[in-house]
Design a protein around this ligand. Structure first.
Ligand SMILES: [Mn+2]
Length: 439
């Protein structure tokens, strides 16, 4: 049975992806997941915690679950998920590498039988939960302070491991460190710098397989949605079709709010509404992608609504594509992100459109769409970034963005999102060859 199964799976994959893409070899097989949006094996997260604890050496680190509720439920924050694989709200991770018995603790909020009548039962702390999460020590958040005082007393350094957000509020880890420091003296605070961000930015083969799958699902949605691009069609239909395909294919949520902007809306970088009717002769910019197994994708294509670029649209499209390809050629281990940005910008400047490329060239992608990563450090093998140059000219109602994900390889880089037409000719060919439009 075991031997029969594998070739069958591979055959299915090739078949499913064959419809989307033509050129590339079969994608890597994804690691076993208990549900499409579930987590990898607990050992994966334990190994990451071990690496982080080694970097700490001593002391104590606290990482809070800081996710948000959205239409698909609770989405765990990236750092916490990366280190635990745990989706629970209100959870706290504590690492203490110098401890003799337990070096890692998972704190979960107390159970609330009345709330659970509404939102579902939560599991008691017992062997089953410890094994499900891969933690020997799970406690309730009510005992967090007491535990931290004990740990800090024995190894008196608090590590800031999470990159703080740019917001006004005090980070939660520093807040609890301050509370403990208010009770016992001699405990210092240190930064682990970009260690965790760098760990997150560098993806192993299993992560890349999950991200590749998310990209394939995203591409499938793009192509289905493009069937609805035509004069008189609505932006809303394009968006709805992409999102329908993603849900059906195992994506729990969109990686970010889908952007479908035609005509003047193509020049609005984060146009949120998708409410316009597309007109003959316009462009439509579609920046939309799915999340899969907590990994984000990020892809943008710009199409001529009637299937043919005008001469001016094509000229600008080609400049944007050249900017992307110029940047791609420079991506390799050791390259600096800002040099890629500079090179792409020069292409657009030289073509006379410098004032219309008003955002950065791209960003890291991973568990979050704008993922953790150190932009000031050289790129490394396994990092995934977007290359998304654009030109937006409001006076002409003309915006073009081409966004692809690329992975840094030993020898350079390659497109992960290689399943969609990208060159102007290929886009036009695809649109001419597509089946008759839906009514
Ligand atoms: Mn992007």
């Amino acid at each position: 049975m075991k031997f029969l199964r594998k070739p069958l799976l591979v055959a299915l994959c090739v078949c499913a992806f064959g419809m989307v893409t033509t050129a590339q070899a079969a994608d890597p097989a994804i690691p076993a997941l208990s549900e499409p949006y579930q987590t990898q094996a607990t050992s994966v997260y334990a190994a990451r915690r071990a690496v982080l604890m080694k970097a700490m050496g001593d002391g104590v680190a606290v990482v809070y679950a800081q996710g948000d509720e959205d239409y698909a439920g609770y989405r765990q924050s990236g750092d916490f998920f990366y280190l635990t694989g745990v989706h629970e709200q209100g959870a706290v991770l504590v690492l203490a590498p110098k401890e003799r018995t337990y070096k890692e603790f998972l704190f979960l909020p107390s159970r609330d039988p009345e709330a659970e009548r509404w939102t579902g039962e939560r599991e008691p702390i017992a062997a089953a939960l410890r094994s499900k999460y891969g933690f020997e020590k799970i406690m309730r958040t009510g005992s967090l302070m007491g535990t931290l005082m004990g740990l800090a007393g024995r190894s008196p350094t608090f590590w800031q491991v999470t990159q703080p957000s740019g917001g006004e509020g005090k980070p939660k880890d520093l807040e609890v460190y301050g509370k403990v420091q208010g009770k016992i003296t001699g405990v210092s605070t240190k930064s682990l710098g970009w260690t965790l961000a760098q760990m997150r930015a560098k993806h192993d083969a299993d992560e890349l397989a999950l991200m590749q799958r998310g990209i394939r699902i995203s591409e499938e949605g793009h192509l289905a949605a493009w069937q609805w691009v035509r004069p008189g069609g609505s932006e809303a239909a394009v968006r709805a079709e992409a999102e329908r395909v993603w849900r059906r294919s195992g994506s729990r949520r969109n990686a970010y709010d889908s952007i479908v902007g035609s005509g003047e809306n193509s020049t609005i970088l984060h146009y949120p509404r998708s409410e316009r009717v597309m007109q003959d002769g316009e462009l439509v910019l579609m920046d939309m992608a799915a999340e899969y197994a907590h990994y984000a994708s990020d892809i943008t294509r710009t199409l001529p609504v009637n299937g043919k670029f005008t001469a001016e649209q094509r000229k600008i499209y080609d400049v944007v594509l050249k900017a992307q390809e110029t940047a791609l050629a420079l991506v390799k281990p050791g390259a600096f992100y800002e040099d890629l940005d500079k090179a792409a910008r020069k292409v657009i400047d030289d073509a006379g459109y410098g004032d219309y490329f008003i955002h950065g060239l791209g960003h890291f992608v991973g568990l979050d769409v704008h993922d953790a990563g150190a932009y000031h450090e050289p790129l490394q093998v396994g990092m995934v970034i977007t290359l998304e140059p654009g030109i937006y000219i409001p006076g002409k109602n003309l915006g073009v963005r081409i966004e692809d994900e690329v992975v840094v390889t030993e020898t350079g880089a390659r497109y992960l999102s290689d399943g969609l037409p990208r060159k102007a000719d290929d886009v036009e060919r695809w649109m001419a060859a597509r089946p008759p439009v839906h009514k």
